[in-house]
Design a protein around this ligand. Sequence first.
Ligand code: G4P
Ligand code: NA
Ligand code: NA
Length: 194
Amino acid sequence: MKLLKDKIIQDGKVLSKDVLKVDTFLNHQIDPPLMKAIGEEFAERFKDAGITKIVTIESSGIAPAMMAGLVLGVPAIFARKRKSLTLIDHLYTASVHSFTKDETNEISVSKDFVTCDDTVLIIDDFLANGQAVLGLLDIIEQASAKLAGVGIVIEKGFQPGGKMIRKQGIRVESLAIIASLEDGKVTFSEGAAV
Ligand code: G4P
Ligand code: NA
Ligand code: NA
């Protein structure tokens, strides 16, 4: 997606050979027109998949998930990372291990919002090691919902998540795939990274 790649080149900061900072439009400050375009792009790619729900994880997945839900005309649900005061039982839970942060967190989704009648599109801001997506897949399986695929805003193609998930036969659509962050420079993959 050209608009997104241009924004990454213009505003992204390469913090190390592994980490891209995009706080000006995705992870802290949010760029609404760009998020709207991202939602339209996901909706276009998955328009024939019969999607009934979008599922993401708080917090940075919410903006692109909500915009995709707006265009597809379906609800967006975010898995919670913290226990909520009102969301105490009747939950699907999964653990998500972050290699980056070296911690494991429980994520949860109410059984009311994902059911066996749903066809789900998972959306997230970054795909790195793929652990967040694995946690969401676990929850969708517990709910016996159908999976349409995974939509990612920025995939780091040099980390193993994308390959691991595609190997399971799951459709992964990433709007920008980064091949390398070496030498402080963002290099995109051409075509689909497999
Ligand atoms: P994984 O799910 O692919 O295994 O991701 P990992 O544990 O490596 O990442 C942990 C957190 O860091 C996630 O956000 C993920 O989106 C984010 N992340 C991973 N790589 C990058 C990167 O290069 N740049 C930025 N900006 N973020 C990255 P989170 O902790 O769930 O936070 P948030 O959704 O509240 O922002
Ligand atoms: Na995230
Ligand atoms: Na994030």
